[in-house]
Design a binder for this molecule. Sequence first.
Ligand code: PA5
Length: 435
Amino acid sequence: MEQIRVKIGHTANKIDQMVVNQLAAEVVAAKRTLLEGTGAGNDFLGWVNLPEEIDSTMLAQLKADVARLSAKSQVLVVIGIGGSYLGARMVIEALQSEFAMAQRGGKPFVVYAGHTLGEDYYSQLLKFLDNEDYSVAVISKSGTTTEPAVAFRIVKAHLEQKYGKAEAASRIVAITDAAKGALHGIAVKEGYPMYVIPDNVGGRFSVLTPVGLLPIAMAGYDVDRLLAGARDMRKVCIASDSLEENPALMYAAVRNALYRNGVKVEMMVSALPSLRYMAEWWKQLYGESEGKEHKGLLPHSLSITTDLHSMGQYVQEGERLMMETFVKVKSPKCRVPVPSDEENLDGINYLVSKTLTEINDCATEGTIEAHVAGGVPVVEIEVEQVDEYTLGQLIYFFEFACGVSGYTLGVNPFDQPGVEAYKKNMFRLLGKPGF
Ligand code: PA5
């Protein structure tokens, strides 16, 4: 297995090897707490063994449903919010063409709903769906979240009007709790095929359950390779207590060391626009897992070089409160030459002998050099390429590191009590009975 590499050579201006060594003992203890299930939130550790314990009957059924729905759908509407859509979107956007919508590659194009209450968004979505053959995956672990519930009501009404109730029901798949929640009740009553999110897997750790696997498979990607990558990374994360051999322990140690040395913000940085939803998924994973008891690094993200022309000034010379975690991909999927131009009016003929990747890599290295010189510690996470296998590795790597990091920080990484506050206010303002 080509392993993910975590490099910490550019953190020395904030922490030295000694600090990381001190943290080593703590992350190894946190790892033990996680694997022995003796820490807070230990009823939500189902994700640890998911790649090994995936139910093959469920997976075969999922693939059969995907084949059935794909045969009659140009579009799949994924309805979900937070952990109920970000993992799938991360994988799909990392793998598909940026112009997949226009290209129509034969597989359903995935669009999203339930992650917003923007009225214009739904008006535009319904107009778009008027002209598309589509199916719906409605995903909610609790089955009671307002945003996806509202979206499902709107889209279901459109679907039933377009195809009639019986055909609409055959175009809907529900992914929810085994027994509880309104969505479960609706799915049973309407007879939708249903997939279960295990009780012991929290939303933001659920991408390797049907929550992520069904939309990813619908988009035409190989979920077996995704699971294989996660399985191989799980072995690495579990086997070794050495920071040099275990990238998840190294990452957990270094980010906690930097936090203790005054760093408040961690920016995930990538030079590939296709990884922007990896940053969105990672923000939820780390923000919801660690941001409690007034503790935790604030997860933020930069897409370079795009954001260097908006945020670059702040990172270089603003308040010194951040670290950066670069996700670096070594091999691009395709090559695009920079054409030669006899007149050279734009002055860029010196780039003609280089690939765009070489130019992008120089921009990345130049950025790291500048930010480190400006006092920003940089961690680098390197993968060979972006495919289902490496994405599976990255998913498990970030999840495992998150559990270890949260325990090292001293919080319960598996709850999210703070998410309820806005809901109570919203319900009161909306006049929901009982609020
Ligand atoms: O991590 C979590 O559990 C949450 O952020 C959920 O993913 C999010 O609130 C959506 O919840 P549900 O799947 O119950 O609709």
